[in-house]
Design a protein around this ligand. Structure first.
Ligand code: ZN
Length: 425
């Protein structure tokens, strides 16, 4: 075997003369960042080129570390475990942090790695370490950046900004600034971007990870602070059109208890339209006794959401943070109960809209019966038939101004129904 540093024959990867902390540091980093094209150490190249598996040269590291006292190798073990995503990293890092001063750059390096290894799977364990960073002065700027990231993720926005500002201030002080591996320019831009992220979490929507497990982990912190967050579970599978039961028609002519409803649709060139708002009024004996209205986050894409925001007259972020269809639709059906659902186009376009929304909410059927005011109008008087069989005509005829929101349109359905009943008398 040859010494990886000087090439003399040796019993170990480093000969007796080369077993020094400086050479360990050099060899460790050469192996850590080893690439056949760029490696300038011929002895390492020779050894590594004999290996076939990717990163197999890293397997040499423990054998090298064993040549040194633990006092010297401890830091490299931390780095090695981290690099290999080895489960021993956490214990090794904590042991290191508990026995070394934080003003040492290596301790700071271990701390940075430890926090980065937790986020975004665990938000509890990094807390005390990030608080330690927030309370410490003159650390490497990377630590302020990672702590700011952490605090922003758990909704501690002021602390996130305070820590990021501390890092930014330090970055600008050529005398005092220290870095683990960032350049000052990159660090400044990372910290500034962090402040933008923090502000977005604070004003638009909190940080929200992709997996259910991670969502549960941050939700705990949001609950404590009263920060609203989207729901945690994944949405149900949508039901195929062929598996959805047809809408049931109501054949009663004098319905006393009912819900008048409206689904507001998003723009689409295809027949498959989504909804962005759904509303109903509950009518008992000609009197509206209750109202329901909710925004729905359009599920077909961002163009739909932009269109919905425009139509609803709200900011895009309001539409973006509206609840998903599978959360709103069950609330709607809980509100309407067993009532007959009445609207212009209740068996036409409104039926299509509510059926599609129900399918996307995982429903296989709608139990309620539907009653179409346009059919009722045509049966009531031939004046409302054929070309005049439209919502617009009825509105004009009864001098009713069209509503803007889904709720106003639902209220108008109630008005139209009562007017048509009286018209026929
Ligand atoms: Zn040597």
């Amino acid at each position: 075997m040859k010494c990886l540093n000087c090439g003399v024959s040796a019993d170990h990867y480093l000969c007796g003369c080369c077993q020094t902390p400086d050479i360990l540091d050099k060899i460790f980093n050469e192996i850590r960042f080893y690439k056949p094209e760029t490696c300038e150490n011929p002895y390492l190249s020779e050894t590594a080129s004999g290996l076939t598996e990717k990163y197999a040269e890293r397997d040499i590291i423990p054998a090298i570390l064993d040549l040194f006292d633990f006092e010297i190798s401890e830091f490299y073990y931390c780095q090695y475990y981290r690099m290999r995503r080895d489960a021993r990293f956490e214990d090794a890092a904590i042991a290191y942090l508990n026995t070394h001063e934080l003003d040492n750059i290596r301790t700071q390096n271990v701390l940075y790695d430890l926090i980065e290894s937790y986020i975004p799977n665990d938000f509890i364990k990094p807390k005390k370490w990030c608080e330690l960073i927030a309370d410490s002065e003159s650390l490497c700027c990377e630590l302020y950046a990672v702590a700011a990231k952490y605090f922003a993720m758990i909704g501690e926005y002021e602390l996130a900004d305070a820590v990021a500002d501390k890092g930014l201030l330090l970055c600008k002080s050529e005398e005092n600034r220290k870095f683990l591996f960032y350049s000052p320019e990159n660090m400044i831009s990372r910290l500034e971007k962090q402040k933008e992220d923090t502000n977005r979490y604070r004003t638009k929507k909190p940080y929200w990870p992709a997996t259910e497990e991670r969502r549960r982990a941050v939700a705990m912190f949001y609950d404590e602070k009263g920060i609203k967050y989207p729901r945690i579970e994944n949405r149900p599978e949508k039901i195929k059109e062929s598996e959805f039961a047809p809408i049931k028609e109501c054949f009663d002519d004098d319905i006393v208890d009912y819900c008048a409803f409206w689904c507001a649709d998003t723009f689409s060139l295809s027949a498959a339209k989504g909804i962005y708002q759904i509303a109903a009024v509950k009518v008992r004996d000609e009197v509206v006794i209750d109202e329901f209205q909710e925004l729905v986050r359009p599920w077909d894409g961002v163009a739909d959401r932009k269109d919905a925001a425009k139509k609803a007259g709200v900011e895009l972020s309001v539409i973006e943070s509206a609840e998903d269809v599978d959360l709103v639709i069950p609330k709607f059906f809980a509100f309407v109960g067993d009532d007959v659902l009445i609207s212009t186009g209740a068996l036409g376009n409104q039926a299509k809209l509510i059926s599609r929304a129900a399918r996307y909410a995982g429903m296989r059927e709608i139990k309620n019966e539907f009653y179409d005011l346009l059919d009722f109008a045509a049966d009531t008087d031939s004046e409302f038939d054929l070309a005049n069989n439209t919502r617009e005509y009825l509105l004009a005829h009864f001098s009713v101004a069209e509503g803007k929101s889904a709720l106003e349109k639902a209220q108008i359905n109630k008005q139209l129904y009562e007017a048509l009943k009286k018209y026929g008398e």
